[in-house]
Design a protein around this ligand. Structure first.
Ligand SMILES: NC(=O)c1ccc[n+]([C@@H]2O[C@H](COP(=O)([O-])OP(=O)(O)OC[C@H]3O[C@@H](n4cnc5c(N)ncnc54)[C@H](OP(=O)(O)O)[C@@H]3O)[C@@H](O)[C@H]2O)c1
Length: 274
């Protein structure tokens, strides 16, 4: 029943906003419940809105004052946030929970811009939300009601997995580890498949992707730990052992990963302050 009775406003229907719109429709949320504000709607968005009869507006001014928004999802770029929160926007969204997925914009900033809206969620997610496999975290203002917490969590659950955090600082850590995470994996795919190509293997990228996908499915299906599955592939004196000895020598890989992630955490902190 959660979300079935809500009137939802999505602000910004780019990569992220559109993922949420698709997820709402896929989960049988009535198009009548969905309102979208998008400055420059794509042809795809225009077609879907027309076909499903979703209210699509170019600005908050066009939203009927009588529309009682109960959930507002903000999915615009960080540098576009300040100009969004006009008096009209705050008055039309004041009775809704504000959920921001905008990178680097703190709870303090959101409170100030919204004129102290009581129910605010600051969330962070990653690009796999666009295929329903996102990893997200959510941080609530102290005054958010339990009902609104449930609604926000449920909305994020439509595009993947979500965990609540109690310390806002963990958003920077999450951004560095999981917001940027897909890029780490893609880099590994590039390095690995370039190497396979150099050794003369055709379809190297496909082989890498299949190896990753297959290994992850095996991990999920067997529910064994990664450590035990790794041990299962590593026979004494074999090829895997030879390679792993290099990867783990002096903890080089662990150290490199830690240094890289700590740089990303530091950068996330700087961006949140600026
Ligand atoms: N991409 C990621 O991996 C990721 C992950 C986690 C969080 N995020 C956060 O998600 C947010 C959205 O990212 P995105 O990649 O979806 O951005 P995007 O593709 O640029 O989408 C934002 C859309 O909102 C529109 N817009 C801007 N201001 C508006 C306003 N006042 N009213 C209505 N529409 C407005 C933009 O129009 P114009 O193009 O005309 O400006 C654009 O079409 C960002 O803050 C980002 O930090 C992204």
């Amino acid at each position: 029943m959660i979300l079935k009775k809500d009137t939802i406003l999505i602000v910004g229907a780019g990569n992220m906003g559109f993922a949420f719109i698709s997820a709402l429709l896929d989960n049988k949320i009535s198009p009548k419940q969905i309102n979208i504000i998008e400055k420059k709607p794509t042809l795809k968005l225009k077609k879907i809105s027309k076909a499903k009869k979703i209210n699509l507006f170019k600005s908050i001014d066009e939203l009927n004052i009588k529309t009682k928004i109960s959930i507002t999802l903000i999915a615009i770029k960080p540098n576009q946030l300040d100009s969004l929160f006009t008096q009209e926007f705050n008055s039309k969204t004041k009775n809704s929970i504000l959920i921001s997925i905008v990178a680097g914009k703190t709870m303090g900033t959101l409170k100030k811009l919204s004129g102290n809206n009581k129910d605010i969620a600051r969330a962070m997610t990653n690009t796999p939300v666009t295929v329903g496999f996102g990893t997200s975290i959510i941080y609530f203002s102290k005054t958010t009601t339990k009902t609104n917490k449930n609604k926000a969590t449920h909305l994020l659950n439509l595009v993947g997995q979500v965990d609540e955090i109690k310390n806002e600082k963990h958003i920077d850590t999450f951004t560095a580890l999981f917001g940027s995470g897909p890029a780490y994996l893609y880099l590994l795919i590039e390095i690995w498949s370039d190497l396979a190509k150099k050794y003369g293997l055709k379809n190297s990228e496909e082989m890498v992707v299949q190896t990753m996908l297959g290994s992850l499915l095996l991990l999920l299906k067997t529910q064994d730990s990664p450590k035990s599955l790794r041990a299962g592939v590593t026979s004494k004196g074999g090829t895997t052992e030879a390679a792993l000895a290099e990867f783990t020598k002096n903890n080089n890989l662990q150290k490199l990963f830690k240094t890289a992630v700590s740089k990303a955490i530091k950068r996330a902190g700087t961006l949140s302050k600026s």
